[in-house]
Structure formats: structure tokens, C-alpha cells
Design a protein around this ligand. Sequence first.
Ligand SMILES: Cc1ncc(COP(=O)(O)O)c(C=O)c1O
Length: 373
Amino acid sequence: MALVKYDLNVPHRLLLGPGPSAVHPRVLRSMSTELIGYLDPEWLSLMDEEQELLRAVFQTKNEMTYPMSGTGGAGMETAFSNFVEPGDTVVVGCNGFFSERMCEMAKIYGANVKRIEKPWGGIFTPAEIEEVLVENKPVKILALVHAETSTGALQPLEGIADVVHRNGALFLIDCVTSLGGIPLNIDASDIDVAYSASQKCLGCPPGLSPFTAGDRAREILRKRKTRVANWYLDLTLLEKYWNKERVYHHTPSTTLHYGFREGLRIVLEEGLENRWSRHQANAEYLWDKMETLGLKLLVKRENRVPSLNTVCIPDGVDDMAVRTSLRETYNIEIAGGFGPLKGKIWRVGLMGFSSQRENVTLFSEAMREILRK
Ligand SMILES: Cc1ncc(COP(=O)(O)O)c(C=O)c1O
């Protein structure tokens, strides 16, 4: 095979899609640090630091708080493979693409999946959830996507833990597009299991999936009758590496963890509240800008995900032509819709380091020029 004789040379892109988002330069710099071994005492201290930082970002005291190897999908699979046993009933709030993936994963691990259905973009009330939990008792898990990246709808969490726990189930959420960008407090919301991804509001490259599980969930894990049907993501094995025993399980990506540690430090330096306000303010600025261009947003203002904005494509406008022009003329990446929203919306991510006022200005001006043509 011929050697590729030129250096890697990717174009600059302003990443305003559903992720990956722009990576903070400090994160990139930390990733060029030389490697050390995964049982080196210095590395073990870095692991402790990373866990402490991650607990602060999740706002939890959960001991079982790990950056899992793999992308957001690995976090999702960790959740379903560890807490579902064959025959368990799992209720999933189905209102978009990622809740469908949750259903698939739960089924793979043997769950009897009960769907609560809403059209894509809808959200669930605690009363609607309780009705399904009562009908299907006993339910092992109630699973929801906090910020649905396929629709831009934000699922309110208030009052849900109460109905879930009153009915003896675990409360599981996907916070892939919310952690680090949208108000979320795992302990205050009494969430039992949550997972996220490094490449969205945390401003790091893809490859790690922040994961946390509380005492109720750990008790369920301890009492399993069957082995976790996934070796790589088995928390009963992984905890022996993350806890004091430090038993080798798999080789972590040293470089990704260096970057992730730095990314979490940046989140906490800015402060969670400030970060949430920044995401909200830049999203509101985008909404105003889109409205002045005559563009509508898909989701009602009060239910919008500020890190992922869904803009309706006007009749007669060619989705692909606009996105291609944004990329080729302005070096800006956004995404289209999929499933029932294919060809109907653009998805504009304002996540982490990408969530900056000047990026909104640039994107809006580019859209104004393209739509004028
Ligand atoms: C809400 C949500 N859940 C899960 C995932 C899967 O994450 P990944 O693509 O990092 O595996 C995504 C990815 O965009 C997502 O937006």
C-alpha cells in the first residue's frame, strides 16, 4: 500500500452541530502530555482527581462515578446492561431518536419494554409516568432522555423521582446533551443512574462517557441473580479498578483522560451556574436572530434545550444546499433532522466551548446571506 506522504491537515470548522463541539485549547494541550502507565501511583491520583471533578459536575456524592471508556452509547449500554436482568420491566419515555435507542438496548439485555409515547419533540409529566408505572408494576427502571438531541426538547425532571421511587423503580436519565450546559443536579433530583458524553457541553473530544449510579442502583447490582451480560462495561469488575483495589480491567486511554480532567477543571473554574447561564443566554440570542430572519423554532420556548436548537426549514428551502453552503463557504457545521424530522429542521448546537456569542453572530450572518440568495 502506498504511503500517505502528507501530514494530517483538516480544515478549520466551527462546530455548531449536535456534537462533537469545539474542544477548548487547554484540553487539546493537556492531551499532548506524555503517557504513564495505568497503575503508576501518579496515574492513580489522577483517577481520584477525575472522579472528584466529575462528582462536582454531576453534583453527586455517588461513589460509583466513573468516566466510562467509549462514547455516550457506552454510557447508555452501561446503564442497561448492569441494571436490567432478563424479564425485568423497563418503562421508556419515547419522544425522539435516543429514547428509541434506549428501548433497543433494554431489549438486548432481556427487558420487557413498555413505551410511553409522545410525538417527537413532546415531553412527559410526572402524572403520565405514574400511570404507566402503576399499570405495569413491578417496574425495574423508568428511563428518560433529559435533552433530546434529535428534537431539541428538554424533559423537566421536577417531581419525577417521587413517582418513580413511590412505585419501586429506578430513575435513569440520559444527560448526554445536558451535562455541563443545562441545570442538572443528580442528588437533588434523586436520579439513580445517569450517563453523558465528553464531546458535548463538557467541551472535550469524544471517547469518554461520564457515568454515575447511586445507592439504590448499586443495591440492585449487588442483588443480581445473573451475571452482567457485557464484560467490557460490567460495573462489578470496573469498580475494582476505580476503587482502592486497583485491579486491572482494561487499558484506559491515557490521553483522553488527561483531556477530560482538564475539561472538567474548566467547567468548574467557570462555575456550573455561570456555564448554564452562558448556554441559556447564547441560545436566546440565537432564537432572536433566527426570528429576525423569519425562521421559526420547532420547540416551545419554555421546553427548549439551549445546547441544541432546532430551527424549522422554511418551505421551498433546500436543506442540503444550505448546509453545504454553510460548510463550504463559511466553514460552519450544523446538522439536519432525522426520522420524522428529516428535511424539516436544522439542528444548531451551542455546546461547551462552541457556545459563544460571536459564533451565533457569525452563524446568523452566514444564514442571512445564504437565505437571501
Ligand atoms: C441524547 C443522546 N444520547 C446518546 C447519544 C449517543 O452518544 P454517542 O454518539 O457519543 O455514542 C447521543 C449522541 O448524540 C445523544 O445525543
